[in-house]
Write a protein of this length. Structure first.
Length: 669
């Protein structure tokens, strides 16, 4: 085994790898970009090395620099995690040439799966079922259009050299083909330095099933059962589980055999995953991820294996000691990916400082792999994953219930998250019955977002106002009456005035503090009736400091609040709302913009401008595309009008809140 490991990654996966490495007695060296200097993965490491790049992503992609750091710090191995260089054949080869072990497959195996088109052709020859499509070398627009018409619609356009769903475009009819080809090629060129595309028959609602593999350098290949990863947004997974529900044992066996065939065909070594689309009793090879998967934890939960440990042992030359017949699975496990994003705004990623990140307490049936803690900053330069909550149980129903409870106990403030959305998704009958497919979000996403949004903001605003008044009383150490902030004066107590703002809506409240634990809130808002509720502060185990436990005296509705600087966050059941207090605004209560202007909610880079000043546009027309947090975001016209000005060009970097385009009204007819 190695003595020291360099982790060439960041965030949740770097923390996850460090945990196993430390358990095995390895020293851990971390690397960090300029925006990750104080990140959790740095704090967990034994030593950390800066990446000398201004671009926060470039350092994690600089294989030569990473190998140089490994040699300088004395690391015998580099673990790439997932993303960045984890599936880069040149980096694997460079590590081997430098005498540093790459914790992953050999370069030849990565190359074999690096091109989706070549991989499909090779797997078809090996007898593995593949979807009909086009993956030829002729990439001219005319050929792609001709092949698309031959294949028929709906179809899917994919970057040949990509992975993780990035750049994939679904084309339902011929009219959308040209735009899809352009968008896919633009992303393929920018993200993978490979402009080639492939076309594939599109299955509207298949299941996304994958098989975990382990293979050593001595010719042993084992499949570690299957997972269902069908709940996805933008082809990126949100909820995963193992084993996949409602598969016949015959189909499971065929999937496992096909995955082993794929691994043997390319001489695979290490941990990897073969992904399939399943429709009825048919299955089709999708791709192979030549790395550790985000969802590996659910396989670990049902098998008791540590896949990172096996990655390290295999990279060190050790053989697999378990035969296929010795591998066993027990119970069921489900994982939810907690991301900094807003489901109500089409899962728009978010960035900012975490006022709070309270994860569920780890226990025998709940595991949390996370990369961020309270006070950490979520950068806008990477994907939006904050952490993963994994629950296991003897049955699938129990696993769902335990995961739901764990998500309900998660408290994250400072950026919007999908926590409530994930919990509500678990409640959908189709998911509970295990009948979901990749069309799950298309069918249920809107209703889940509506159910997970704040149904009664006035009630939560009243709790927020009470927390602003009762919080200082609960936290005070000076017990003298002069230290109380309860509005007392000789003629009687005056109400404490509290102003709140959220999502452009404002409330004013008068809070009469009755004692250190009770208050009456009178809430006012323009265009709405006044609300009066009596609130009591209560001590509960789940509302430990710095949280304030609150209870409505009539009805007994309970909430928790967190007051930080000029913001107060309130959680009530699965509802969560963040309010700006006083004269300052939080990121979620943005200052008003000029009428007719269009702005970006995240910093990013302009990758496409589709209008010019003077152009007439209709509501919904695409105007400009910004890439932020590894995703493209299209700015569309909110109404018909005339473009008065375009303030950025392709390649320009824009900051959060930047006014991109000014849109004027159409002249009267």
């Amino acid at each position: 085994m190695f003595r020291k490991l360099l982790i060439a990654n960041r965030g949740e996966i770097a923390c996850r790898i460090a945990r196993t490495a430390h358990r095995l007695g390895l020293e851990v060296a971390a690397v960090y970009s300029r925006v990750d200097a104080g990140a959790r993965h740095v704090r967990l490491a034994d030593e950390a090395w800066p990446l000398a790049h201004e671009d926060p992503r470039a350092g994690y992609l600089d294989g030569g620099a990473l190998i140089g750091i490994a040699r300088e710090c004395g690391a015998q191995a580099i673990h790439p995690g997932y993303g960045f260089l984890s599936e880069n054949a040149a980096f694997s080869a460079a590590c081997a040439a430098a005498g540093v072990s790459f914790v992953g497959p050999p370069a030849a195996a990565i190359s074999a799966m690096g091109s989706k088109s070549q991989a499909k052709t090779r797997m078809q020859r090996a007898g593995v079922p593949v979807l009909p499509g086009y993956q030829g070398e002729d990439q001219t627009p005319a050929t792609l259009e001709r092949e698309a018409l031959t294949l028929g619609f709906p179809l899917i356009v994919k970057p040949s050299g990509g992975g993780g769903g990035k750049g994939m475009q679904i084309v339902l009819e011929r009219s959308g083909l040209n735009d899809a080809l352009q968008a896919a090629r633009r992303i393929a060129t920018g993200a993978f330095a490979d402009s080639r595309l492939l076309l594939e028959r599109y299955l509207p609602s298949p299941r996304h099933i994958e098989v975990q593999l382990l293979a050593d350098a001595h010719g042993r290949v084992r499949h570690i059962f299957d997972r269902d990863c069908s709940v996805q947004r933008r082809h990126q997974k949100l909820i995963e589980e193992a084993p996949a529900p409602h598969l016949s044992e015959a189909l499971r066996a065929h999937l496992g055999e096909a995955a082993v065939t794929v691994a043997r065909e390319i001489g695979y070594v290490g941990a990897g995953t073969v992904e399939f689309l399943v429709e009825g009793d048919e299955f089709f090879f999708l791709e192979m991820n030549t790395r550790l998967q985000v969802e590996h934890a659910v396989t670990e939960a049902i098998t008791g294996l540590d896949l990172v440990e096996w990655q390290l042992r295999i990279a060190a030359g050790e053989p697999l000691t378990l035969s296929q017949s010795q591998l066993r699975r027990e119970g069921h496990a489900i994982e939810a990916r907690v991301c900094a994003e807003d489901p109500a705004r089409e899962f728009l990623p978010a960035a900012g400082r975490l006022a709070c990140a309270l994860w569920p307490e780890a226990q025998s049936d709940v595991r949390v792999d996370y990369g961020f803690e309270s006070g950490d900053r979520v950068p806008s330069d990477y994907d939006s994953l904050l952490g993963k909550v994994i629950a296991r149980a003897p049955s699938r129903r129990q696993a769902i219930e335990r995961l739901h409870a764990a998500l309900a106990a998660t408290r994250i403030a400072g950026v919007p998250t999908n926590v409530a959305w994930l919990a509500r998704a678990l409640e959908v009958r189709e998911f509970g019955a295990g009948q979901h497919s990749t069309a799950f979000i298309d069918r249920h996403g809107v209703e889940i977002a509506r159910a997970s949004s704040v149904a009664d903001p006035a009630r939560l605003a009243a709790y927020a106002a009470a927390a602003c008044a009762l919080g200082p009383l609960a936290a005070r150490t000076d017990r003298s009456p002069w230290a109380l902030l309860d509005g007392f004066h000789p003629g009687g107590a005056w109400p404490v005035a509290v102003s709140l703002k959220r999502d452009g809506h404002a409330w004013s409240a008068e809070v009469r503090v009755l004692d250190e634990k009770r208050a009456v809130v009178q809430l006012h808002s323009v265009g709405a009736a006044s609300v009066e509720i009596a609130v009591a502060r209560e001590e509960t185990a789940s509302a430990a400091k710095p949280f304030l436990g609150l209870r409505q005296e009539r009805g007994g509705m309970r909430a928790q609040a967190l007051v930080t600087n000029h913001t107060v966050d309130v959680w009530c059941d699965l509802e969560h709302a963040s309010f700006a207090t006083g004269a300052l605004h939080s990121a979620q209560a943005a200052a008003p913009r000029a009428e007719g202007s269009l702005t970006t909610s995240l910093p990013g880079i302009v990758v496409s401008v589709q209008v010019v000043p003077g152009a007439r546009v209709a509501a919904g027309d695409p105007l400009l595309v910004v890439e932020a947090m590894k995703m493209e975001h299209t700015i569309r016209a909110p109404h018909a009008g005339i473009v008065k000005s375009v303030r950025y060009r392709v390649g320009d970097r824009v900051q959060e809140g930047s006014e991109l385009i000014e849109l004027g009204a159409l002249p009267d007819a």
